[in-house]
Design a protein around this ligand. Structure first.
Ligand SMILES: Cc1cc2nc3c(=O)[nH]c(=O)nc-3n(C[C@H](O)[C@H](O)[C@H](O)COP(=O)(O)OP(=O)(O)OC[C@H]3O[C@@H](n4cnc5c(N)ncnc54)[C@H](O)[C@@H]3O)c2cc1C
Length: 420
């Protein structure tokens, strides 16, 4: 076991979300001394109350041909989970323009392959992780059920499903009768759906607690309540990190501060096209008729995740800058959505109402790379809606890059170079 009590470590990770934790874990396993600094508590950002899906079949990116038109129509109908707060924000305007430019067939083909590579490795590494560590996190592999109330939208999903066929990830179709046999918690409004068998789920805050403990047991030093203020740089390397609790040095630095990463990047002259995409969740006791399979309520973009220890509704995508206000309307939309699909949509006791910011990259692919101008600084962010699902592969890739090992998948699509 490595212990690391001085101000110097082999590796300094900024950000104690699932991505920073995964990087720290794989590097500690490889024998490095590792320190994580986290401004709040471990998992205080998006990694705590998310929907807990390890969504390995989620290959199409958000920026797909027709995505903008489709969302505009839903916005006009009032059924869109997307909300963009009107305000003068140049970086958001530029981000939206670049996102729109990525909504084309070429990017779709490219992104599907890249997402398959990282998700496939991540799924395998999660299996290894659960075999190697005792992580109590309500993990189950029951797949994900895409449930529909509109027959036309349901038929339209066939097109998405075809994209998954070459990757062996196509879902199985269930009609109105069959879907209620598969998942009796769905109500009469549900006209059918598609079952993706490869997906699994867990309770993310339990994973963060258990995995943090496992990382500590492997010698990772964790400083909570320690905010990275800025990096000191000299001759093309980072020489130290100035934080709210003092200065730390390391041989290699990893910046995994989620949606908050671009501000640190700007200090270093590194452009990181990531915007905060706000989401919400409500956690409660299991309802009287609780689904056994996690469900994606497609027309409402709401996820329902059941665990042995509880039940969560989550979703929405709000571009309203950096704020942690709980918007009551969006929270109640989650409940309304669940009531459209489920016999007993709510549990009796709400245990948490939560919001956080997803790090949304402009092409819906993570950014995992060494910073070209600073040879000992690595960035791991931009994981959008898939940060949990891709955490293990991200941690492994960063670890392999730092240690000069052969990466488990092609890192090219995740490089900083793609932004020019
Ligand atoms: C409602 C919702 C549902 C979701 N559902 C899923 C799902 O089912 N499956 C899935 O794969 N993904 C899901 N996601 C996405 C997933 O939660 C994120 O992609 C993931 O948590 C990002 O992890 P991260 O470590 O990059 O960021 P975060 O978890 O946000 O961690 C970044 C950390 O850095 C810290 N930090 C920031 N600045 C500093 C600083 N200057 N100094 C020190 N520390 C700093 C923050 O406090 C934070 O703890 C969901 C997200 C939301 C909002």
């Amino acid at each position: 076991m490595n212990t690391n009590t001085s101000g110097h470590s082999d590796i300094l990770v900024s950000g104690g979300g699932v991505i920073g934790l995964a990087c720290a874990y794989y590097l500690a396993r490889a024998g490095q001394t590792v320190r994580i600094i986290e401004q709040d508590g471990m998992g205080a950002g998006a990694s705590h109350g998310n929907c807990g899906l390890i969504f390995v079949s989620d290959l199409p990116p958000l920026c797909a041909p027709g995505a903008i038109g489709h969302e505009l129509i839903r916005t006009l109908r009032g059924t869109s989970p997307l909300y963009i707060k009107p305000r003068p924000d140049l970086s958001l305007a530029l981000w939206l323009l670049r996102f729109a430019a990525n909504c084309n067939q070429r990017h779709l083909n490219h992104a599907i392959k890249a997402r398959d590579a990282i998700l496939r490795v991540s799924g395998e590494l999660f299996s290894d992780l659960f075999a190697d560590e005792d992580l109590d996190c309500d993990f189950e592999q029951r797949g994900l059920l895409m449930a529909f109330t509109d027959p036309a939208t349901m038929r339209g999903y066939q097109k998405t499903n075809r994209l998954l066929e070459p990757f062996g990830l196509a879902a199985t179709f269930y009609d109105r009768e069959a879907i209620r046999q598969l998942e009796p918690a769905l109500n009469e409004r549900v006209c059918g759906g598609w079952h993706h068998r490869a997906d699994s789920h867990l309770r993310p805050e339990m994973l963060m607690t258990a995995w943090t403990r496992a990382a500590r047991d492997r010698g990772v030093r964790i400083d909570e309540g320690c905010r990275l203020e800025r990096f000191d740089t000299r001759n093309g390397v980072v020489s130290g990190a100035r934080t709210s609790t003092g200065r730390f040095t390391a041989d290699q630095f990893i910046l995994a501060t989620g949606a908050w990463t671009p501000a640190i990047g700007r200090q270093l002259g590194v452009r990181i096209p990531v915007q905060p995409g706000k989401g919400y969740s409500i956690t409660m006791d299991r309802p009287a008729i609780c689904p056994a399979i996690p469900c994606y309520l497609v027309e409402r973009n709401t996820v329902v995740t059941p665990w042995q220890s509880g039940y969560r509704l989550g979703g929405t995508m709000e571009f309203s800058g950096f704020n942690d206000q709980l918007n009551e309307r969006r929270l109640s939309n989650l409940e309304t959505s669940a009531a459209l699909y489920l016999k007993t949509p709510l549990g009796r006791r709400v245990t948490e109402r939560w919001t956080s910011l997803r790090p949304m990259s402009v092409d819906d692919l993570p950014i995992i790379d060494r910073v070209p101008q600073l040879s000992n600084l690595f960035i791991a962010t931009g994981h959008g809606m898939l940060g949990l699902s891709t955490a293990t592969a991200t941690g492994r890739l960063v670890s392999d890059m730092i240690l000069g090992r052969h990466p488990p998948f092609d890192p090219g699509p995740f490089s900083l170079k793609r932004f020019g």
